[in-house]
Ligand binder design. Structure first.
Ligand code: ZN
Length: 318
């Protein structure tokens, strides 16, 4: 709770949300609500709060996350993409071979012992100051699929028509009495639209939704309808004119599928009305004024559970 109070009461560390480190920091998550944080609270208050307090972290699939980021960084800018690949190169590429290192050192006119082991060659290469190509072996399969996803999007004329504007734009504002933050993949202020680029396993998978009382697509299930609705509201407040959000989706299948997706207004209104109903309670839980409820089923709850009573069998699938 200390972190929370610190974030709520102190202005001594102003956040610069243009900076990724600040945008994704614990402080920013205490000061601002985001659609993904809200979604976590709806799913399980206890897990969301434990994560916010940095007492617990969900087991995520780092490779799936990196594949999405690989594609995103490409469409942000060539510099960001290169930096991303360098930072994560051991996960993206196999090691460069001895022959590759020798060739690179030869081309730079640098000496090395003919019998030098790979580690020695790596040391010499790494000690070279200034810009140098980063050497790597074969790209791993997940990232060769990411490359295919990029190429598939690049091949789509509609994408190029739409992908014009500012990239990775943070947006903040008040909504239902709470401070929100969001990050927009592509914002076109002049034409009043924005695009969120989504990478997804498969578009036609159905997910059961309690809120909708029926099967829904990944767009509803993953909170993307609400994300579009919230960003539209934040942008409308900031720029004083209407905005419409779209999703440009590319699948991880081979070959990749692509879709340009819009969402019916009534769904956005429905999601916003549920948000309005829930947000006050969620904010109170976040601020320690109400006790968080355990969902009893999620990763966090399964690991932090003590049986206190019998349940009737029907409750298992509620
Ligand atoms: Zn739970």
């Amino acid at each position: 709770m200390q972190t929370c109070l610190k974030a709520k009461t102190s202005q001594s560390f102003p956040l610069n949300l243009n900076n990724d480190n600040d945008y994704y920091s614990a402080e920013a998550n205490w000061q601002y609500m985001s659609v993904s944080q809200y979604k976590k609270f709806v799913e399980c208050e206890a897990a969301a709060l434990a994560e916010l307090k940095e007492e617990w972290k969900p087991e995520s699939d780092p490779i799936a996350l990196l594949v999405g980021n690989y594609v995103h960084s490409y469409f942000e800018s060539p510099e960001v993409h290169e930096r991303f690949k360098e930072k994560n190169r051991s996960l993206i590429y196999a090691d460069a071979t001895v022959a590759q290192y020798k060739k690179a050192l030869d081309s730079l006119g640098l000496d090395y012992k003919k019998t030098a082991k790979k580690e020695e060659l790596v040391d010499i290469y790494e000690s070279i100051e200034g810009d140098k190509p980063f050497l790597h072996g074969k790209i791993y399969r997940d990232f060769s699929i990411a490359e295919q996803m990029i190429n598939r999007v690049e091949d789509e004329p509609l994408f190029h028509h739409l992908w014009k504007g500012e990239r990775e734009v943070p947006v903040t504002g008040k909504l239902f009495g709470i401070d929100w933050k969001g990050k927009i993949d592509l914002l076109n202020i002049k034409d009043g639209y924005f695009i969120d680029l989504k990478t997804n396993a498969k578009f036609d998978k159905r997910y059961w939704s309690k809120d909708y009382g029926r099967y829904v697509s990944f767009v509803e299930s993953f909170g993307y309808v609400l994300q579009l609705a919230v960003y539209e509201k934040l942008l409308e407040k900031r720029y004083g004119k209407p905005f419409e959000g779209f999703i440009f989706a590319v699948s991880k299948e081979t070959p990749s599928n692509v879709e340009a997706i819009y969402v019916d207004e009534h769904k956005k209104d429905f999601e916003l009305s549920m948000l309005e109903e829930r947000i006050d309670h969620i904010d109170k839980v976040k601020m320690g004024q109400k006790k968080p409820k355990k969902c009893g089923k999620c990763e966090y709850c399964r690991g932090h559970k003590t049986i206190t009573d019998f349940i009737e069998s029907s409750a298992l699938i509620e």
